[in-house]
Design a protein around this ligand. Structure first.
Ligand code: GLC
Length: 567
């Protein structure tokens, strides 16, 4: 009896103290301000049942690794029931788990086990479109007077055989699909099998708000919101302006003027935020925000900071070359955004070729991977990593069209090979399938690099990319200037060295970060008088030699990362 009572007390004390324990770490700031967020593509992270596809239990089994790496939150891309045309981004039921990824009990266990390790679980929310196999769409397409007809965007063609206008799918060709059941077209911004929901319909809005509440009640720490700038389309169906040239699918280039970033999006973002704010523990909203400018991006914070807390900064992710000047310009712009929103950076994700080869020069890729890690983890921002970047995984696209899994690779081959290359299985060790799966045929092949580039090997090597990430993440946590400091760019005229100082007003702690973005030695003279640094000296934190430096005479080796406490 007593043992049962003690067990109950223990369980209750876990339920009631665990959230506060997480909160206590982060002073008065919301947790996401100091978090390192790690994106997991569940198909590719860890397979626990040998079917060749990663799953939720696989993620749970790797939580200790993530804890050791220093991760505060994982964003798990869609694991909901889906025909998997777009590998989960075609959702056929928003409030369930696809059996290939596990069960709802597995999700609950993931959240609980993560919480024990102070890791939060962020769920992917796909509001723009459903699968064509969703019950809502099946009803909607069944007749013109079905109560769910208006839940999607149905229109007559311009003329027989001609779509309503020239809007194009992001994934190639017309964005309109003719449906002979009712002789009308439906609109799909992405694949034909992903009909867009009609966000002008209040029943759709309420249904989707219900989805958010469902996952927040189950312990989600917030959402990464998919394709949110595409929620609304021009009701008058104006044609989009045609631009010069053709895209990889052979269509004329167009400006998605009448389907992207309509002002109504912000009304919905405000509602999303109200829902998030009505739950305890500061749930976070992260928007996929491939906006045309930092100005558009920062609108997503909301005029009164009442929309998303972390709009993903594609402007910085899309620089695609080592340009100190470009990084400086964009970092400054977003750092000084008018509403004081928190910058949110990443360089790799499940839609972008991996940074190891995107920024690598073919010779110094490992050094450059460390440089990019420093850029991500020392700037004033909430950083987001993509599984495998911490070990320097490279993009491994399919060699033959017949091996392609991602439909855009089939439509656009060979110019567009699709996104399989950045979705290959996580490389854990040098055993069968790199420790990802016991299956004889994982859903995507394990890259041959896995024999050398894997977690187990890198953990043993003090100079590995993985240990570099661990070091930087721990510095972010422990050095006041890197955790709380402001950020001042310096030496604006440098073409190839990005340098900035982080300074914590409370403690006076100051850190200089200098990143040499070339294969040559560089010297740097920092004018310390402008920085209120009296001595003009410092001691290095990275490389970890505690070497003394003088700010007016710094030498950086090719692609060197210098991080130093300065005074
Ligand atoms: C987002 C996702 C991408 C998906 C698309 C359609 O861009 O990141 O993977 O294909 O939305 O849902």
């Amino acid at each position: 009896m007593f043992r049962r009572f003690a067990l109950l007390l223990l369980t209750l004390s876990f339920i009631f103290t665990a959230p506060q324990a997480i909160q206590a770490q982060s002073s008065n700031d919301p947790w996401w301000k100091h978090a390192v967020i790690y994106e997991i593509y569940p198909r590719s992270f860890q397979d626990s049942n040998g079917d060749g596809i990663g799953d939720l239990n696989g993620i749970t089994s790797r939580l200790d690794y993530l804890k050791d790496l220093g991760i505060d939150a994982i964003w798990v891309t869609p694991f909901f029931p889906s025909p998997q045309i777009d590998f989960g981004y075609d959702v056929s039921d928003y409030t369930a788990v696809d059996p290939q990824f596990g069960t709802m009990a597995d999700f609950d266990r993931l959240v609980n086990e993560a919480q024990k390790r102070n890791i939060r679980v962020i769920v992917d929310f796909v509001p723009n479109h459903t699968s064509d196999q969703h019950a809502w769409f099946k009803e909607s397409r069944s007749s013109r007077d079905n109560p769910k007809r208006d839940w999607y965007v149905w229109r007559d063609g311009k003329r027989p055989g001609e779509p309503p206008n020239n809007w194009q799918s992001w994934f190639g060709h017309s964005a309109w699909q003719f449906d002979s059941t009712t002789d009308q077209y439906y609109y799909h911004h992405f694949y034909v099998q992903q009909p867009d929901l009609n966000w002008r319909n209040s029943q759709v809005q309420n249904a989707m708000y219900g989805v958010m509440r469902f996952w927040l009640k189950r312990g989600a720490a917030g959402f990464r919101i998919d394709a949110v700038s595409r929620l609304f389309e021009d009701p008058n169906l104006h044609d989009d302006p045609i631009l010069p040239g053709h895209n990889a699918y052979g269509d004329p280039n167009i400006q998605h003027k009448y389907t992207d970033n309509l002002p109504e999006v912000h009304d919905i973002l405000k509602e999303f935020r109200k829902i998030a704010d009505s739950f305890p523990r500061n749930p976070v909203l992260i928007s996929e925000a491939d906006e045309p400018s930092i100005g558009e991006l920062t609108k997503m914070y909301g005029k009164n900071n009442d929309e998303v807390q972390l709009p993903m900064d594609f402007q910085i992710a899309d620089i695609n070359k080592l340009s100190a000047r470009e990084f400086r310009r964009l970092l400054e712009e977003v750092n000084n955004n008018p509403v004081g929103g928190q910058p949110h950076y990443f360089f790799s994700n499940h839609d972008q070729p991996r940074q190891w080869d995107r920024y690598g020069d073919g010779v110094h890729n490992d050094q450059i991977a460390k440089l990019m890690a420093a850029l991500l983890l020392t700037t004033r921002a909430t950083p987001q990593m993509y599984y495998g970047e911490e070990i320097g995984m490279k993009t491994t696209p399919p060699a033959r069209k017949e091996d392609v899994q991602d439909p855009i690779g089939k439509i656009g081959w060979p110019e567009e090979k699709g996104r399989d290359g950045e979705r290959t299985p996580m490389q854990w060790d040098s055993s069968k399938n790199a420790g990802f799966s016991s299956s004889n045929k994982p859903w995507l092949p394990v890259p041959p690099t896995a024999t050398q580039v894997n977690v187990k090997t890198e953990l043993r090597d003090p100079a590995s990319t993985l240990n570099f990430y661990k070091k930087l993440i721990s510095l972010r946590r422990t050095v006041p200037a890197l955790r709380d400091g402001d950020q001042k760019m310096i030496n604006f005229d440098e073409e190839n060295v990005l340098a900035f100082v982080r300074k914590d007003a409370k403690t006076g702690d100051a850190v200089l970060v200098a990143l040499n973005m070339t294969a040559e030695n560089k010297t740097l003279k920092v004018d310390s008088s402008q920085l209120d640094l009296k001595a003009g000296t410092g001691k290095t934190l990275v490389p970890n030699t505690k070497t003394s430096i003088r700010l007016d005479n710094l030498t950086l080796k090719p692609f060197e990362v210098l991080i130093a406490r300065v005074q």
